[in-house]
Design a protein around this ligand. Sequence first.
Ligand code: COA
Length: 163
Amino acid sequence: MISVMLNKKKHNRNRFDCGVEALNNYLCLMANQQSGRDNTRTFVLEDNKPENIIGYYTLTMSPVNLLALPKIIQKKHPNFHAGGLIARLAVDTRYIKQGYGEWLLIDALKKMLSASDTVAFPVVIVDAKEGAIEFYKQFGFTPFLDLPDKLFITVADIRASLK
Ligand SMILES: CC(C)(COP(=O)(O)OP(=O)(O)OC[C@H]1O[C@@H](n2cnc3c(N)ncnc32)[C@H](O)[C@@H]1OP(=O)(O)O)[C@@H](O)C(=O)NCCC(=O)NCCS
């Protein structure tokens, strides 16, 4: 399996339905435009028919409130203020519970690790939709101290677990 950049000429964005309207709408209406403006990048996983999207994720950067992270991380990274952000991640309901969400998350983390090798940043963040917090926790993400639906994982932990 391989993820590819969203291509509005090839991918049938209107068919995609993950059950969360905001995530469907983002893919249909915003993802391509935001990529064109270099604000975000959206990658999709195609099924056998390449126009059909199994799932997608969107990557960008985000400011980080250092004080909302555990003291040990504050000490280690006293001067950083930004991290990689998995801004969106969703699987079409026709394909859920088949391991695609996990595959997309690992693929997104590999891309983040690769990006951090070039432009260093020490954490990757996700904004988890309600009900998805446990999904991220099982892959090593930890909630921020002040915002339980915002979670982080250190790039060092990603590197260690992808070895
Ligand atoms: C959450 C979502 C991405 C999971 O996708 P999926 O393809 O069904 O997930 P997978 O089949 O890869 O599941 C991997 C593991 O996560 C678990 N899991 C899946 N969804 C979960 C959830 N919402 N909460 C907790 N665990 C979850 C699975 O049980 C599985 O664990 P196992 O390996 O021990 O069986 C998908 O349901 C989705 O797109 N939901 C709507 C949008 C959303 O909430 N996105 C989250 C980011 S904002």
